[in-house]
Ligand binder design. Structure first.
Ligand code: FES
Length: 622
């Protein structure tokens, strides 16, 4: 078959094995078990002796996916060989979280998805489709990636489990998102988040059919056909008393079960309001929300409901960090939640952000585009005032806000309108459970985001010594603004071993020093001179500097001159002075420099090992 014929053929075979649901349905956990067994009994083909389950992680605790996973385990017993929570870029689940979400399912069946290392690219979605999807902002093919175990595990059956609910990146969560994002690699995740952000979050949310979903569907239709996949999709709502209830369950092997679940989810999880809200208070359960990375759901899910100049108060008792991992946490602290044009300008000017587009997308998503005020109310042990204000939000002590709104027990306060001391506000007890919008804005949101307001803060003011102007063609060179404001460029090659200095990492420029990500050598960012060699080495030659000039139009120009090692000598005093400054900065940030170097060395060893293995595998195949 050629591609198009293969697609048609596969469509003919696709099936919905079970469907049940309505906005008022109450499906018990026992009935979920029946639904799953009914669907599984219909599966034909060889006996299922090697089954893999892919549920979401603890951040989707309320999705009932934990219960479905337990039922699937009970159905297949020891034929379940692997369970891989679709972590995306989240931290691995703790033992305690696994027990709470998956009950008695044996812990040894659980596999951790490592989005940085354990991934295989199974195909590419054509550039034209991506360009169209991103309104021309991204002009590259999208790499469809999966965890290796899914692709190479020779399973007889793979069950992807998840809740369909409005989602900031995908419009509606689930179906193939659980695979391509939940078990994808950094390239796929970065690109998909960025595409969603530049297309416009408000144009995506609540819409099952959108450009990003079309990209993923292309990948499903063209690359996933060899996998024995079925999808279990739940729709979860809340009763009037706030308790969680399953409103729908749809099981099938293609997008039809997702489309049906999405239609029900819109009825269950979407609150369309007649007028905008001036004051919204959202509660983040401390067990579920420990970072703004997740807690900003409070912003995404309510932004279409909030009036211009309105106010969003986020009650965040458990939020102690910004990012789910250290690197993203640092990026959020560095750039903050800024408007779309500001973040786009930062991306073009800063290599670390350019190499982490999902963080960039997250910064766009967390901004109100200066349209309404966002106040994070944190506990004394959580994020502090200067940290919260540093990323562009306003800060308030948690208790002050609870008193102000007369909220005694946030978990026992009903969703909807409240009036306290003449103050009228709208309360939401869990933003992950829905989407709120007022009619006019939701209808208008489908239009392109042509009128994004211009930047209001200087673009690279707070960290000019690390602002990268150009990541260089194929990583051959990199340029940045040095601490004295002048542009500097170097060839991206270490003088220890001829490796790229950044070694595919994002943060090799730090505090005026370049750190090689292969073995940790430090170079002076002004002269390129080696400040500290790697362990057991002599001082290295300086990096190769590229001469730059600023022309009459204020453009930075690199002239095509032959490149030679920089004739740069720095004396010992200069070197010691620089290292002292760096150590001071490390102390301030409580960074253990030696541990950092050990980590770098370990990582490069693993990369070398992996490259060697891949080479051997290739040779073997030949
Ligand atoms: S390659 Fe740069 S320190 Fe070894």
């Amino acid at each position: 078959f050629n591609q198009s014929k293969r697609k048609d053929w596969s469509k003919i075979l696709m099936v919905v094995y079970y469907e049940e649901g309505s906005p008022t349905a109450e499906i018990t956990d026992k009935e979920l078990e029946y639904a799953l067994a009914t669907a599984l009994n219909k599966l034909k083909g060889k006996e299922k002796r090697n089954v893999m389950l892919i549920p979401p992680d603890f951040t989707r605790f309320h999705s009932k996916s934990g219960i479905v996973t337990q039922h699937a385990y009970n159905y297949f017993g020891e034929n379940v060989k692997d369970i891989m929570p679709a972590l995306g870029t989240h931290a691995p689940m703790t033992e305690q979280e696994i027990s709470k979400m998956f009950g008695n399912v044996p812990h040894e069946l659980f596999r951790v998805h490592d989005w940085r290392n354990d991934v295989v690219t199974i195909g590419e979605v054509p550039q034209d489709l991506v360009r169209e999807a991103s309104d021309g902002q991204v002009n590259e093919p999208w790499p469809a990636q999966l965890n290796k175990l899914i692709w190479e595990g020779n399973h007889d059956l793979i069950i992807s489990i998840g809740q369909v609910v409005p989602h900031e990146v995908m419009g509606m969560a689930n179906y193939n998102k659980n695979l391509f994002v939940g078990t994808g690699g950094s390239d796929a995740i970065n690109f998909s988040h960025f595409i969603g952000a530049v297309y416009g979050m408000e144009r995506m949310m609540g819409r099952a059919n959108n450009p990003l979903r079309r990209i993923l569907n292309y990948a499903s239709d063209n690359f996933l056909q060899k996998l024995p996949l079925i999808y279990v999709q739940t729709v979860i709502g809340r009763r009037d008393d706030g308790s969680v209830v399953t409103r729908g369950v749809f099981i099938g092997d293609d997008d039809e079960c997702f489309t049906k679940a999405a239609a029900l989810s819109l009825k269950v999880n979407f609150t369309l309001l007649p007028a905008p809200l001036d004051e919204v208070v959202v509660y983040l359960d401390p067990e579920e929300f420990k970072t703004t990375w997740l807690g900003n759901k409070s912003i995404y899910r309510t932004r279409m409901a909030i009036a211009d100049q309105g106010k969003l108060v986020v009650l965040a008792p458990g939020v102690t960090h910004f990012g789910e991992d250290k690197q993203i946490d640092l990026l959020i602290r560095k750039y903050g939640y800024r408007t779309t044009p500001e973040v786009l300008a930062h991306i073009h000017a800063n290599r670390d952000l350019m190499k982490n587009l999902s963080a960039a997308a997250h910064l766009i998503h967390g901004s109100s585009e200066n349209r309404f005020k966002i106040i994070y109310a944190c506990s004394p042990t959580g994020l502090q005032k200067d940290e919260v204000e540093g990323v562009g939000f306003e800060y308030a002590p948690l208790q002050t806000m609870l008193d102000y709104y007369g909220i005694k027990d946030p978990t026992n306060t009903s969703d909807g309108w409240h009036t306290v001391n003449g103050r009228h506000f709208y309360y939401i007890s869990n933003p992950a459970m829905g989407l709120w919008a007022y009619k006019g804005r939701f209808e208008a949101s489908f239009q392109p985001t042509s009128s994004v307001p211009p930047p209001t803060t200087p673009l690279v003011s707070h960290n000019t010594n690390e602002a990268c102007l150009d990541a260089g063609n194929r990583h051959e060179a990199f340029a940045f603004i040095d601490s004295d404001g002048s542009p500097v460029a170097f060839v991206n090659r270490c003088t220890h071993v001829a490796l790229e200095l950044d070694l595919n990492d994002a943060d090799f420029l730090m505090h005026g020093v370049i750190q090689c990500k292969a073995h940790g050598a430090l170079f002076d960012s002004t002269t390129g001179a080696c400040l500290r060699p790697p362990l057991r080495c002599k001082l290295l030659r300086p990096l190769i500097k590229i001469p730059l000039e600023i022309d009459s139009n204020q453009n930075v120009v690199a002239y095509n001159q032959p490149l030679r090692p920089t004739e740069s000598y720095v004396d010992n005093e200069y070197r010691q002075e620089k290292l002292k400054k760096l150590q001071k900065q490390f102390n301030l940030e409580a960074v253990d420099a030696q541990a950092e170097i050990d980590r770098i060395n370990q990582r490069s060893l693993e990369m070398v090992k992996k490259a060697r293995q891949e080479r051997q595998e290739k040779l073997f195949k030949k």
